[in-house]
Design a protein around this ligand. Sequence first.
Ligand code: NAP
Length: 345
Amino acid sequence: MIDIGILGATGMVGQQFVALLSGHPWFRVRWLGASQRSEGKAYRDATAWRLPAPLDDAVARMPVDAATPGRAPQLVFSGLDSSVAGEIEGAFAEAGHTIVSNARNYRMDATVPLLIPEINADHLALLTAQAAARGWKGRIITNPNCSTVVLSMALAPLRQFGLQTVMITTLQAVSGAGYPGVASWDILGNVIPFIDGEEEKIESETKKILGCVGDKRVDPHPVTISAQTTRVPVHDGHTESISVGFEHRADAAAVIEALRTFKGRPQDLDLPSAPKPPIEYLAERNRPQPALDANRGRGMTVTVGRLRPCPVLDYKFIALGHNTIRGAAGAAILNAELMHREGLL
Ligand code: NAP
């Protein structure tokens, strides 16, 4: 068993880490870190547990530590608020920790892998350049923004058709805003057509993820992406309405087949958190839906449906993924599993 720590353990993503790591075959939670508000309290008193999975008793009794390097194990998952993640994660990496982060701060750094193991496991090669550029004893690996994961998973199998243009509108769950997140007065019976910074993240991160890794950086994929994002009164699961334009003609059956047969390193290596299949195509005309489909593959499967011709681009479809599992804690755990199997931990 490998001992691990969790930074930001008391937040929405931190709780998902605790839940998903309970009974994990390789990783064992040994350390929890959060802000001064939580420091010194037992975990069960520092956080308001909001997940249906029961809180592991041993973790519930663990004290929450300050978010400073020193007592944490070598491998640390991070669900830190982005207002503090840059400084704290950098300090941990400098002190020799491997940080597997959810926060946005280092995602677009040229030498930091922005990983979705099914798509770009080879981007781990950036770690050599990171060590040279940063001089850290440790390193930082990131997973994408929660909407970007869903979009990138749906687009990766379509690269073979010469992916040129993407239009996307998201319908994002409330849990994506953390806790307490959006005020009930603002979200109940409403749609909020603005999520700060989200559209820019989708447009830039997706191109890095789908890009080709070179010696010291990633050459971004040339696809042009236009994103609009909205917050809707849904608990969990980001739904995305996507249109795609291709360079080559493709019939609908070939596009669906590409989605259905897509797989990558996690499935080849049979990693513990790898969903099988990573993308599920649903033929029903009213799916996917967050209430019914977000938890497929223990929250790690991305669901796609309603593929049909688009009068503006080539095809349009709906994609869905669980934002705090596939879009956050589950994604980071899959990244660490990949690193372990690749001999990088
Ligand atoms: P959250 O519920 O607000 O939790 C934030 C965490 O950061 C808490 O543990 C909090 O500890 C800690 N924190 C805040 N200020 C701190 C400080 N000064 N020093 C140390 N720790 C501090 O947020 P979340 O939704 O879990 O998101 C966490 C990160 O994951 C963010 O960077 C977010 O952008 C990213 N992310 C979230 C999602 C999602 O679906 N929610 C998806 C992908 C990525 P206290 O409890 O002690 O304040």
